[in-house]
Design a protein around this ligand. Structure first.
Ligand SMILES: Cc1cc2nc3c(=O)[nH]c(=O)nc-3n(C[C@H](O)[C@H](O)[C@H](O)COP(=O)(O)OP(=O)(O)OC[C@H]3O[C@@H](n4cnc5c(N)ncnc54)[C@H](O)[C@@H]3O)c2cc1C
Length: 197
């Protein structure tokens, strides 16, 4: 009976300010939190950790993240770039010695270097984010892309259905993305950014 009522309620017309509209999805799930954090990068994650600590695990906190957890720094920013720089430095230094008469041959497999970088990224993402997330009281990660639906709620599209997340407070920490400078011929020539190198 209850199920029937829920289905009826979800498919009932909504009459709002003289406008009639259908609910945007009959598959909608509504969840309520004290804090909803949009973005699960370094900033959003640090905020979730601090809120959990300060509330003694009592606050219900939901970071919503559309990409890999950890965002730019661990996945495509600080970590892989510094690993690549370190590899380049080692290759450069090992190919020249300070002593005359000693020559060393350096063999470089870029493929292997890249797979070491990917392993390092995966290990650090697990150590600093994924495994920590399991230990944080009151924190529930929502995977998907969030957009505000009204002043007081947002929707997250995941697996073909909409989740409506309501927060008493929100933090927007959605980071940034690479900017492509307006250089003539660049589009035709092609380019890579730090996100897809
Ligand atoms: C190549 C490179 C090297 C860098 N090196 C360093 C360094 O050595 N030292 C340093 O201090 N900084 C470095 N940075 C900068 C650093 O990575 C960023 O300052 C930092 O990652 C920003 O964190 P953030 O949480 O604000 O954003 P991000 O880490 O970008 O996280 C934002 C998250 O929000 C998600 N998101 C966006 N929109 C939505 C939405 N609508 N719904 C749900 N989720 C959404 C994104 O998918 C992402 O996961 C580097 C950056 C780059 C690109």
């Amino acid at each position: 009976m209850l199920k029937l009522f829920e289905i009826f309620e979800a498919s009932t017309l909504i009459i709002k300010r003289n406008r009639i509209c259908w609910p945007y999805s009959i598959n909608k799930v509504v969840k309520e939190y004290d804090f909803v954090i949009i973005g699960g990068g370094a900033a959003g994650f640090a905020c979730a950790v601090k809120l959990s600590e300060l509330s003694g695990g009592d606050a219900r906190i939901a970071p919503v993240n559309s990409g890999p957890i950890g965002g730019t720094c661990v996945n495509v920013g600080c970590v892989p770039s510094k690993a690549l720089i370190e590899a380049g430095k080692l290759a450069f230094e090992s190919s020249r010695t300070r002593i005359q008469g000693i020559r060393m041959k350096t063999e470089i497999s870029f493929e292997e270097v890249m797979s070491w970088i990917r392993r390092t990224v995966n290990d650090l993402r697990h150590e600093k984010y994924e495994s920590l997330l399991e230990k944080l009281d009151g924190v529930e990660l929502i995977k998907g892309r969030a957009s505000f639906r009204s002043d007081s709620s947002l929707t997250v599209r995941q697996d073909g259905r909409d989740l409506e997340a309501k927060g008493r407070r929100y933090l927007i920490s959605t980071g940034s993305r690479p900017a492509v400078p307006p250089i003539e011929g660049l589009e035709e020539a092609g380019y890579v950014t730090s996100d897809d190198v």
